[in-house]
Design a protein around this ligand. Structure first.
Ligand SMILES: O=C(CO)[C@@H](O)[C@H](O)COP(=O)(O)O
Ligand SMILES: [Fe+2]
Length: 216
């Protein structure tokens, strides 16, 4: 069963509660955090995550696009994150492993993401520490960009490595996902589809979530 993770980056922040209520058919709520350094944009952070946590019991999938995330992973867990995804490019290998261990030691799910230009084998040393790998299918920083189909080779490669080792790690894709590109991702072996503009740009949220699951 494919999981859908609407990204609230594309939601109407003046009506955030209603927007979250409109996507309760989805499995995860994707929460993008940008620091203006790791990516050329700044989004929302800990106080907004705390407010979202109070409002919903959905699984909160927090995508940290920040440098040296080990400094803040505990704060995001305390604010209510269920899954904390950091970037493999954001710190040294030692501190990346340390951050992943902190997440798991807190009883939360640990994720690692890679940017389009990062080789797929960058995440392999961390496989035993991971509950989720997030393959970026756009350059991180902005919603509404065009899907990069060449990133699906990474998905196929990771699917094979995860399955041959019998791991439970999920593969998530993020960027430019709509009902057409969702089908390509699912065929390549993706478990979780992040979608921002495709979900929040649609009037019928239930219908678009169903179409993203490739059910109709
Ligand atoms: O992490 C990011 C962007 O950096 C994403 O989660 C976007 O928010 C996805 O938006 P769409 O491409 O689906 O509009
Ligand atoms: Fe994201």
């Amino acid at each position: 069963m494919i999981k859908i993770a609407p990204s609230i980056l594309s939601a109407d922040f003046t009506r955030l509660g209603e927007e979250i209520a409109s996507i309760r058919d989805a499995e995860y709520l994707h929460f993008d955090v940008m620091d203006g350094i790791f990516v050329p944009n700044i989004s929302v952070g800990i106080p907004v995550l705390e407010a979202v946590r109070k409002f919903t019991d959905m699984t909160l999938d927090v995508h940290l696009m920040i440098t040296e995330p080990v400094r803040y992973v505990k704060n995001f867990i305390d604010a209510g994150a269920d899954i904390v995804v950091i970037h493999v490019e954001a710190d040294t290998p030692e501190r990346t492993a340390e951050a992943l261990k902190v997440i798991r030691a807190s009883g939360k799910r640990a994720g690692l993401s890679l940017k389009p230009k990062t080789p797929v084998d960058a995440v392999l040393p961390y496989l035993d520490l991971l509950d989720l790998i997030l393959v970026m299918t756009v350059e991180p920083g902005f919603g509404g960009q065009k899907f990069m189909a060449d990133q699906l080779d990474k998905v196929r490669y990771l699917r094979a490595r995860i399955d041959e080792r019998g791991l439970g790690c999920e593969i998530e894709v993020d960027g430019g996902i709509n009902p057409e590109t969702a089908k390509l991702c699912v065929d390549a072996g993706v478990d979780v589809l992040v979608a921002g503009s495709a979900v929040f740009g649609a009037g019928d949220r239930t219908g678009v979530i169903r179409r993203l699951r490739c059910l109709s």
